[in-house]
Design a protein around this ligand. Structure first.
Ligand SMILES: [Zn+2]
Length: 359
């Protein structure tokens, strides 16, 4: 059979297209995605040599590999399916009615309070785990908890690296645990947003809850060594598990970087199985604050992780990550760069959460 030149060109083109399509499908089927579990600027810069960006919702940065990734970076890449990733502002048909007694309690939280604690903590110079300054900061935090009337414990699990726990037990009632890390990456006079802001939240919530008569037991947990791999939170979870107390912890709130914002949004981060809790907290955001909630799933990279791993309902409250501080892990993370009105709003949300939560 003879074919004309035109037919030959046509057939070759179709064959080429089919080959291209099947290769693309094969590529799509084989394409693997990874969630980046650190946003430290140094790692992110290195990462660009080995990967391409596939999706960026702020908290959730998904990449695929283009060449072999060195182990020190691979450590921060968690395999993930795109369908597991969610980032959205929930919409509700009805608005939750605020409780006047809760509204009254929220009025005690002021931006000035947050600023004064952030300034004090930043004055400890280098707060990285293992330093004298870190130890001094943990002692100051413990003394503050004591002035509010809490029973406290300093739990030093490494040299100059101590977790601080403040507890109020209500007989027969399970625990609501609130946490924030007290260590920084160690830049002098910095670590204001990350995470003196979260610790300010922790202390203010402890102070306000001391005035209440809640029907739940409380633990305020200043974690340490977060920047070295969530050391303090992992240590405490292990300890709680061993003593049998972990099963009494019903809800955990983590505050890590709540002091920088440009658009009034707050990220509520958790894993898929606790999305209902993030949605419930979103209703509290709408009822009690002027902020807009953004739910981010799945969780990574802070002290909420060891609790989530144990299946405990846990939410991270964090500044809207798409417009996070430009001073992240840098020496300019100083008290003057923070938005204290915004931080106070997140702390109000968390006080409303503690007061409303039933279990
Ligand atoms: Zn942090």
């Amino acid at each position: 059979m003879k074919i004309t030149k035109d037919e030959f060109v046509k057939n070759i083109t179709i064959a080429g297209l089919l080959l291209f399509l099947s290769l693309s499908l094969l590529d799509a089927a084989e394409k693997k995605y990874y969630l980046l579990t650190t946003h430290d600027p140094h790692i992110v810069k290195d990462l660009q040599k080995y990967t391409v960006l596939e999706k960026n919702t702020g908290r959730l940065v998904i990449v695929s590999k283009i060449k072999k990734v060195p182990d020190f970076i691979n450590h921060y890449l968690r395999p993930i399916k795109l369908s597991e990733v969610k980032s959205y502002t929930p919409v509700f048909k009805t608005k939750m009615n605020p409780d006047p007694s809760v509204q009254m309690a929220l009025k005690n939280i002021t931006p000035e309070d947050v600023k004064s604690i952030v300034t004090k903590l930043s004055s400890f110079e280098r707060r990285s785990a293992g330093t004298e300054d870190n130890k001094k900061a943990s002692e100051w935090i413990e003394a503050e908890f004591k002035t509010y009337g809490y029973q406290t414990e300093s739990d030093c699990f490494r040299n100059n690296t101590c977790n601080i726990y403040a507890e109020r037990k209500v007989e027969g009632k399970d625990y609501f645990l609130i946490e924030a890390h007290l260590d920084s990456v160690g830049r002098p006079g910095a670590g204001a947003d990350d995470n003196a802001s979260g610790v300010a939240g922790l202390l203010i919530l402890a102070r306000e809850m001391a005035k209440q008569n809640p029907d739940k037991s409380l633990i305020f947990f200043a974690t340490n060594g977060e920047e070295r791999g969530l050391l303090g939170a992992k240590h405490y979870v292990k300890k709680l598990k061993k003593s049998g107390k972990l099963s009494k912890i019903k809800f955990v709130l983590n505050m890590d970087m709540i002091g920088y914002n440009q658009n009034g949004k707050v990220d509520l981060e958790t894993n898929r199985e606790h999305e209902d809790q993030a949605r419930w907290m979103s209703q509290l955001v709408n009822a009690y604050t002027g902020l807009t909630p953004n739910i981010s799933i799945p969780a990574w990279g802070s002290d909420h992780m060891p609790f989530l791993k144990e299946g405990i309902e846990t939410i991270l409250t964090i500044e809207y990550w798409k417009t996070k501080t430009p001073c992240y892990h840098s020496s300019c993370d100083k008290p003057g760069h923070l938005n204290y009105q915004y931080a106070a709003e997140i702390i109000r949300l968390n006080l409303a959460t503690i007061l409303h939560k039933e279990f």
